[in-house]
Design a protein around this ligand. Structure first.
Ligand SMILES: C[C@H](O)[C@@H](O)CC(=O)C(=O)O
Ligand SMILES: [Mg+2]
Length: 467
């Protein structure tokens, strides 16, 4: 039985701030970064994981990752795998580290990196990609993998078991379908705030030609600019001449687009403010963008303000605009309350702001129970690689539907991963199929050597003035 013997941590930072990639109204200068960890055993078995930051502070997260990973050293892997829910509880319950959370902030995202690495190791040990490991679980194995503490007022283990059993008989057909057609996706990387109108227009045309029909644009710095950019995007996505040859405009009243404010070609626009507004300000500002027909406003206000989101949702409903949030929802209890307070139309889990797969599974179950579609956040490095696994689990084993879902795609930095995610010609994510890819987050050693902060070759050259 392999035992965890050691771990390796890398602070990896990519200079995305140079091109304006990843920018929004709140985060104006992002160097997409990874606090990356590899858990090692006394055999060849390893597990890779990471959490995402946007630059400075990544070293602080790495320090926390070290503390969390340390607690797994000496543990028998099969014992950990045999009840990943219990393992998760153990990871969250360090008698001293818990004080610097609990279950939020640096310690929580560090726990996410380590929990993800352990899940990656588990999937590798079973020679399956992570999504397949989990969808092949029996309902009992599934619920044993979930973080249930503090959410039994929203969903009990018994209810979750019942929900999973109901989906059991039809899992195989959903798996076959999604392997064939891919999982629906949307593009954010055409609409970063720091891009010029010309760049936004060019990238939007490219995205339409690549088969995408859902697009997200950053807003919140200046309403007139947002309207102008929104109209540019709408003029492209609503014009059938930009569709790829052979692709017909989609029916905006079709079941998958109904209620999404689809334009005449069936294209959908979403907007994201990254928390810049107070509640009344959010309502007024977004009403002013009604003309560009957004499906939802994402992160309109502070991520912890559950009732604020509920007020915004209520005020915007008559205008046909929904509310989405989650990339900064720091634990399952925040999602629980967002759902209980009917504050969101779309649930945007983040694969490593939540403390890894076990906590994500609890949110998937709650969202399915409350009937809210899960559209994971993926604007960052490595997040697209992670989240296709989570959406497949949601579709095949939990919610059983991908009709209202779209999974975020940003076209940055995939080349640094050994098994990068990919998109098919219809603008949908391909299903990861490699038996050895685990959670698909292994980074090339050469990328780590180049971008490790501050000693990697890129950063040493940049300091010497020759990046
Ligand atoms: C700082 C990140 O790029 C953020 O803007 C991503 C985001 O909000 C999203 O992808 O959504
Ligand atoms: Mg966002």
């Amino acid at each position: 039985m392999p035992k965890i013997t050691d771990f390796e941590i890398h602070d990896v930072r990519f200079p995305t701030s140079l091109s304006g990639d990843g920018t929004d109204a709140m985060n104006t200068e992002c160097d997409y970064s990874s606090a990356y960890v590899t858990l090692k055993t006394d055999t060849d078995l390893v597990g890779h994981g990471m959490t995402f930051t946007i630059g400075r502070g990544n070293d602080i997260v790495c320090t926390a990752v070290r503390e969390v990973a340390n607690r797994l050293v000496g543990k028998d892997t099969e014992e950990l795998f045999s009840n990943m829910g219990k393992t998760w509880d153990y990871m969250m319950s360090d008698p001293q580290l818990r004080w610097i959370g609990p279950e939020k902030g640096v310690i929580h995202i560090a726990s996410g990196a380590v929990n993800n690495a352990l899940w990656d190791m588990y999937a590798r040990a079973r020679q399956k990609p992570l999504w397949k490991l989990i969808v092949d679980f029996t309902p009992e194995e599934f619920v044993n993998s979930v973080a249930f503490r503090y959410i039994s007022d929203a969903i009990t283990k018994e209810e979750a078991l019942e929900m999973l059993k109901q989906k059991e008989a039809t899992k195989k057909e959903r798996e076959e379908l999604v392997r064939e057609i891919g999982y629906p996706a949307y593009v954010t990387s055409a609409g970063w705030l720091g891009y010029s109108d010309e760049k936004v227009a060019r990238l939007t045309k490219e995205a339409v030609a690549a088969g995408f029909n859902h697009f997200k644009m950053k807003v919140g710095a200046n309403q007139a600019n947002d309207l102008r950019r929104g109209k540019i995007i709408r003029s492209i996505i609503d014009d059938p001449q930009h569709l790829p040859p052979g692709l017909k405009p989609r029916d905006p009243n079709g079941p998958d687009l109904k209620g999404k404010n689809a334009g005449p070609t069936g294209a959908v626009l979403m907007i994201d403010a990254n928390q810049v507004w107070d509640v009344p300000q959010a309502i007024e500002y977004v009403k002013g963008l009604e003309e560009i027909k957004p499906w939802f406003i994402e992160e309109p206000t502070a991520p912890d303000d559950i009732l604020g989101h509920a007020s915004i949702r209520k005020a915007l409903k008559p205008h046909g605009i929904g509310v989405a949030t989650g990339e900064h929802a720091h634990n399952r209890m925040v999602f629980k309350q967002l759902l209980q307070a009917e504050a969101i139309d779309v649930c945007q889990i983040d694969s490593c702001r939540l403390a890894g797969v076990s906590e994500v599974l609890s949110v998937l179950l709650m969202a399915a129970k409350f009937g809210v579609p899960v559209c994971p956040h993926a604007g960052g490095v490595g997040l697209c690689e992670y989240v296709i696994h989570l959406s497949l689990i949601d579709y095949i084993a939990v919610s059983g539907t991908m009709e209202r879902n779209v999974l975020e795609f940003v076209d940055h930095l995939h080349e640094h991963f050994v098994t990068p995610c990919s998109i098919n010609s219809k603008g949908r994510y391909n299903v990861p199929t490699n038996a050895n890819e685990g959670y698909s987050i292994e980074m090339h050693k050469s990328s780590i050597a180049e971008y490790e902060w501050p000693s990697g070759s890129y950063w040493v050259s940049a300091k010497a003035g020759k990046p």
